[in-house]
Design a protein around this ligand. Structure first.
Ligand SMILES: Cc1ncc(COP(=O)(O)O)c(C=O)c1O
Length: 431
């Protein structure tokens, strides 16, 4: 609360619809964060809300835990169909982290190995197992020890991956097809396919974390499609249940599934109380209906390309803008330290106080001056993440481009931008 107060972002929201957030003061804020890629179908999509109402009115077996939950079967079937490849079975859970924890256990059961490999810069979640697959000390401090058998390889480095895999110690290699929190890092076209090939060669499962990138965020149902790669397991969450009910899913092959649930005695060896609850399952089905019927993937592809083209055009010539990149409706604007002396001094004074504050000032300015909600990437403070709901309109994108342009221009031309930023930085450090 104190942080939101300082950033002047502590607002009370009374209603959220599509891309719009209505505040108690009568303002409308445009959501370009989507709760970190939760609201792909837009906030409170009327069809998903109606389906959830119907499900509640049905008074069915919502969490009986002693029956075959039809809705879970139906959602699993549709997810596997959309994912294609070897995906045949689904374990449902409640969060992305829980999905990752499950995939850790399943990969160990399937291979009989304990080692876990992950890529530098990754964000896989903050439970202890998932956190063991994230190298950034910031997230781990005071929470250790982590799982001892986890090791990191640089994202995109196939030689390092091969070297680790060749030890044959690793049950799984966990990787995001596009690293979101690391700064919307998109690997070369060959990286994932070759990584999968190497994993297969050395008996390691190739596990894709599509928690942020899945559910048509990047234009395809899975970002894996852009790279033509077929994983052994896929973890999905966030947008899976329309931003209304927590839900995650681990998709896997029959072979992985059989290695875990391989006897009657082990039929409940890995479960979770809320796992297949009817509301999450109904929300998942309704969300898929919306994303498919409204062609939101195709829309994300086309509109995402045009958004990035416009951002590149508007921001070209500003020395602190390094790159605009992304796929579908997941983009990042990367900033860099200025070289002009007049800008360098305040920038350096500012980042000496805290490296994350520069991005927070951008976020604050966009929010306060332009009524647009964004955030910087969790593991790369120089990248502003741009991820509106996939139902975003051309007009809303125009407004965003204009707002970013105005803030970037101010940053390059106005001394008061830096005076205010330094004042904020000092206040943050004193709290
Ligand atoms: C790529 C990725 N994986 C996993 C997670 C963890 O998901 P959750 O916060 O639902 O546990 C996140 C959360 O931001 C994520 O971005």
């Amino acid at each position: 609360m104190r942080l939101l107060d300082l950033l002047q972002m502590n607002t009370s929201y009374v209603r959220c619809s599509g891309v719009e957030l209505f505040t108690a003061e009568g303002d409308v804020i445009l959501d370009f964060l989507s709760g970190y890629c939760v609201h792909n179908a837009g906030h409170n999509h009327p069809y998903i809300v109606e389906q959830l109402r119907d499900e509640l009115s049905r008074c069915g077996p919502a969490m009986l835990q002693s029956h075959v939950p039809d809705l879970a079967g139906e959602l699993a079937r549709r997810l596997c169909q959309l994912a294609g490849g070897e995906m045949r079975k689904v374990f449902f859970a409640c969060s992305g982290s829980e999905g990752i924890e499950s995939a850790i256990k399943f990969s160990r059961a399937a291979t009989g190995r304990s080692g876990l490999l992950y890529a530098t810069g990754a964000f896989h979640g903050l439970t202890c197992g998932a956190l063991s697959l994230m190298g950034d000390d910031f997230w781990r401090e005071k929470f250790g020890p982590m799982l001892s058998d986890a090791a990191a390889v640089p994202f995109g480095d196939l030689a390092a991956l091969r070297e680790q895999l060749a030890t044959k110690k690793f049950a799984a290699f966990f990787v995001e097809p596009i690293q979101s929190e690391a700064g919307i890092r998109i690997p070369g076209l060959e990286y994932l396919r070759e990584a999968k090939r190497l994993c297969a060669r050395y008996g390691t499962l190739f596990v894709l974390d599509e928690v942020q990138t899945g559910m048509f965020r990047t234009g395809e149902f899975l970002a894996a499609r852009h790279f033509d790669v077929e994983p052994d397991m896929i973890v999905m969450a966030k947008a899976l249940s329309g931003g209304l009910v927590p839900c995650s899913a681990v998709l896997m092959s029959d072979k992985v599934y059989e290695s875990v649930y391989n006897s009657l005695k082990r039929s409940i060896i890995h479960t979770s109380t809320f796992s297949e609850n009817a509301l999450s399952m109904r929300a998942g089905l309704a969300t898929l209906d919306v994303l498919e019927r409204e062609n939101l993937g195709e829309r994300a592809l086309v509109m995402g390309d045009s958004l990035r083209a416009r951002l590149r055009q508007e921001l070209s010539g500003y020395e602190m803008v390094r790159d605009v990149r992304g796929m579908g409706m997941l983009s990042g604007i990367e900033f860099q330290p200025p070289s002009k002396i007049g800008l360098r001094a305040p920038f350096e004074a500012f980042t000496r106080i805290h490296e994350g504050l520069f991005g927070q000032v951008l976020v604050m300015r966009l929010f306060r001056d332009h009524r647009i909600l964004t955030q910087i990437c969790g593991n790369n403070f120089m990248v502003l993440k741009v991820a509106p709901p996939l139902v975003v309109t051309e007009e809303q994108l125009d407004k965003f481009v204009g707002a970013v342009h105005a803030v970037v221009d101010l940053m390059h031309t106005s001394a008061s931008f830096w005076t205010e930023a330094l004042g904020l930085a000092r206040r943050v450090m004193n709290v």
